[in-house]
Design a protein around this ligand. Structure first.
Ligand code: UGA
Ligand code: MN
Length: 241
């Protein structure tokens, strides 16, 4: 079973993003979708969407602490942590993957990550200044990383670039509130070494997941709309009376 952990938060793009992702996941056998809401109560709209997919799911919520409201805060940490706690308490075997609500996934990725014995890694497309974030492979082993973000990290990878076998989700596994370091510190908390990493996607030569971003929806300007609407033709104008 694949446990697909999706942190999400309310905004106009939320339901469209989750609709698109849900329609991808509906093609995947043996998948359990964990949707972790960044708010104090589980969203009814999200729950309705989950039910309509027909997928097995868990819907939990855990809002970010108030201090992290603002700009440049770590995104999706409190809710991913809640998902990790649920996994540790309820699941003994399978593979977990952090799939953000706005990413784009090739169905091939699911066939690949299912084979994860400990921690697997693979390239992520459309990300950062290099346009790609990927492990560098030599003789079938990960030896370094190609990633444009200059922060000092042992595992400079994106959240979408790795999967973990749940047996290796140690009690110490956690994610810090530290923007840009969530992935690295999470992987460090598992106690893994470079040598443990299983490269997927044809020795990390293929992109099977993209860090797509949806343009922010601009709320309609009601004033302009009213002006426009008042200029629209009326029934009488068409009716040829
Ligand atoms: C990048 C990484 O790909 C994320 O996995 C990482 O969490 C984030 O940076 C970070 O380090 O802060 P990016 O595309 O910049 O992601 O961020 P978003 O897509 O806006 O957010 C990542 C995930 O967290 C999404 O699933 C989003 O729905 C969720 N999120 C975002 C929340 O749950 N709460 C928020 O307030 C914002
Ligand atoms: Mn994103």
């Amino acid at each position: 079973m694949i446990y697909y952990i999706t942190p999400t938060y309310p905004r106009p793009e939320q339901i469209p993003e989750l609709t698109r992702l849900g329609h991808t996941l509906m093609h995947v056998p043996r998948i359990h979708w964990i949707i972790a809401d960044d708010q104090s109560l589980c969203s009814t709209n999200v729950l309705n969407l989950l039910r309509r997919t027909g997928l097995p799911f868990t819907h939990i919520s855990s809002p970010k602490p108030y201090v992290y409201k603002g700009t440049n805060f770590p995104r999706g940490v409190s809710n991913r942590r809640a998902a990790l706690v649920w996994l540790r308490e309820n699941v003994r075997e399978g593979v977990m993957y952090f799939g953000d609500d706005d990413n784009t996934v090739d169905l091939q990725l699911f066939d690949e990550i299912r084979r994860t014995k400990k921690v697997s890694m693979f390239p992520v497309g459309l990300i950062g200044d290099y346009g790609i974030s990927a492990p560098i492979i030599k003789d079938g082993k990960v030896v370094a990383f190609f990633d444009s973000w200059p922060g000092s990290r042992t595992f400079p990878v994106d959240m979408a670039g790795f999967a973990v076998n749940i047996e290796f989700l140690t009690p110490t596994a956690t994610m810090p509130y530290s923007a840009g370091h969530e992935e690295d510190k999470f992987l460090m908390s598992l106690g893994i070494k470079l040598d443990d990493i299983e490269p997927l996607a044809d020795n990390c030569s293929k992109v099977l997941v993209w860090h797509t971003k949806t343009v922010k929806f601009k709320k309609p300007n009601l004033k302009i709309d009213i002006e426009r609407i008042s200029k629209l033709p009326k029934y009488e104008d068409f009716a040829n009376l």
